[in-house]
Design a protein around this ligand. Structure first.
Ligand SMILES: [Zn+2]
Length: 522
């Protein structure tokens, strides 16, 4: 997506279409100089500014653009970046874009008119998010059908920005575009089928990405090195796969030398058959590397934004296959930490690869905060559905910071407890623990991982089984039945605003309720 800024007022901008966003009222276009002229294009009362309303009209000279797209934003009291981004994303995927061959879309920003809750920077980010996510499509394997031939918006022309807000809005848009672009890389990785996204392909993506970003380093440990490190749990899962495991490591040193890093650890399970506890239907399990994809792409965005922190991303990548060499139910794996694990279920493999990655990360990097993320449990989808991330952890302040980060980017998160009373469900008669503790499945998975977190180590666990593999209808920024790249945006937000400023006040920069989460603590 190409973004540019018009010098003219919105009504004088030449484009295939001019989007005029407006809040709900008796006279929704009152903030626009062209309001009276545009109002003549529709029957009185047809456009109310109600949330979700989109009207595409021939401009008939009312403005210089060929068409006018009226966009309802709902009540002004609810205005915030997320509301605008969600509404605008619907314009980018609207059928009229294709039907009317709209390639250049201008957006009138007078609506900003500074309603409470919409800062210029938020508005810039909202436009970037809407344009990039609203136009997202995965066409790597289409060769000739209607998807390829569809017309998509190529250029977004931002119009009507008052001079005093231009710099802030532009900053928001440019930084938002970077984060959105890396989030879409994560979506591509998840979308790629497993025959194109084996551990070696995921590693190659990380290496190629790092090669393009100055200062971002990528190392890939291959199977003999993983054996030397005694990653018996990770390698146990890999045993049945013809494709050897990889440990992908990204390092960004934007902070002071010696500052403890932020560590992201993501499950890179490139295909999950379930192993000998075979899944009845493993369709969709190409997406079981969503946590790894998010980790890699968050590191890409953090480095591209040159955030002044040290950060590391670690992704254990493997498939979980069935073969003569695969691990069996009842096997006992010796993890890198020294703890032994009885495999009660070969389909609870995510935690088996994450535990060794957590040990590796803590031993080698001594992170200030370590965050793991994984499409870990079907139980998380039962608990919070596909519109929320399930979050657990051992440090109240870090949990609160993550709630804040998710809210800032307009994504939903819900904290689940990690009570000691369920920990003994993991006890095994033949090893230090077993890999499955029964219900509550999301929590016992979190408790399993907690056994691999060092004393005093601040740790957050994000179960993204629902949110990364979004399965519903078009919703806000997300297309129907499409991976979301969640939680890349929240990871970057946390890195930039919380990790980089440990003492900062959460309330000072966000005083607004929105969306579905309603998790604001203030
Ligand atoms: Zn599994």
């Amino acid at each position: 997506m190409n973004f540019s800024y018009a010098k003219e007022a919105s009504e004088n901008v030449k484009a295939d279409a001019l989007v005029i966003p407006a809040f709900e009222s008796d006279n929704p276009l009152k903030d626009y100089a062209c309001g009276p002229a545009v109002s003549k294009l529709f029957l009185k009362g047809d456009f109310t500014g109600k949330s979700g309303q989109i009207m595409v009209l021939p401009a008939q000279g009312a403005v210089k653009a060929d068409r006018v797209i009226l966009l309802g934003l709902g009540k002004v009291e609810k205005a915030c970046g997320k509301v605008i981004a969600d509404a605008l994303a619907d314009v980018y995927r609207h059928g009229s874009i294709d039907a009317q061959k709209i390639k250049t879309l201008a957006i009138a920003t007078e609506v900003a008119g500074e309603p409470e809750g919409v800062k210029a920077r938020d508005l810039g980010r909202a436009i970037a998010d809407a344009a990039i996510f609203g136009s997202y499509r995965f066409l790597n394997h289409h060769t000739k059908d209607k998807h390829v031939k569809r017309v998509w918006v190529e250029k977004t022309l931002i119009a009507g920005v008052p001079a005093k807000h231009l710099a802030e809005l532009k900053t928001g848009q440019e930084r938002g575009a970077i984060v959105a672009t890396y989030t879409c890389h994560a979506r591509d990785l998840v979308n790629e089928p497993s025959n194109f996204m084996k551990p070696r392909h995921l590693a190659k993506f990380a290496k190629d990405m790092a090669a393009k970003i100055p200062g971002l380093k990528c190392r890939v440990l291959e199977k003999p090195e993983l054996e030397k490190l005694k990653m018996g749990s990770f390698l146990g899962v890999n045993a049945g796969s013809a494709d050897p495991a990889r440990l992908i490591i990204l390092e960004w040193n934007g902070g002071k030398k010696g500052d403890k890093p932020l560590a992201y650890v993501g499950k890179g399970l490139c295909f999950d058959t379930g192993g000998y506890n075979i899944k009845p239907n493993s369709l969709g399990m190409k997406g079981d590397m969503g946590g790894g994809a998010a980790t890699i792409c968050a590191l890409g965005a953090i480095a591209a934004l040159k955030l002044p922190i040290n950060a590391v991303g670690v992704v254990p990548a493997t498939e979980n296959e069935i073969s003569g060499t695969a691990y069996h139910p009842g096997d006992i794996l010796h993890s890198m930490s020294g703890q032994t694990i009885e495999v009660d279920n070969t389909d609870a493999e995510g935690r088996l690869i994450l535990c060794d990655a957590l040990t590796y990360t803590q031993r080698n990097y001594k992170p200030r905060v370590v965050v793991d993320m994984a499409t870990l449990t079907g139980a998380a989808v039962v608990a919070v559905g596909s519109k929320f991330v399930a979050m657990m952890g051992n440090d109240a302040e870090t949990i609160e910071h993550f709630e804040h980060a998710f809210n800032r980017v307009g994504e939903n998160v819900w904290e689940l407890p990690l009570p000691d009373c369920y920990d003994k469900l993991l006890d095994s008669p033949v090893a230090d623990m077993k890999n499955i503790g029964g219900n509550p499945g999301t929590i016992t998975a979190g408790l399993f991982l907690r056994r691999f977190v060092d004393e005093g180590q601040k740790w957050v666990h994000l179960d993204i089984a629902g949110s990364a593999l979004y399965d519903g209808d078009n919703w806000g920024l997300w297309n129907a039945k499409s991976p979301t790249g969640s939680p890349v945006r929240a990871l970057v937000e946390y890195a930039e605003h919380c990790f980089a400023n440990p003492g900062h006040k959460l309330d000072s920069e966000h005083g607004h309720k929105h969306g579905d989460g309603h998790l604001h603590k203030h």
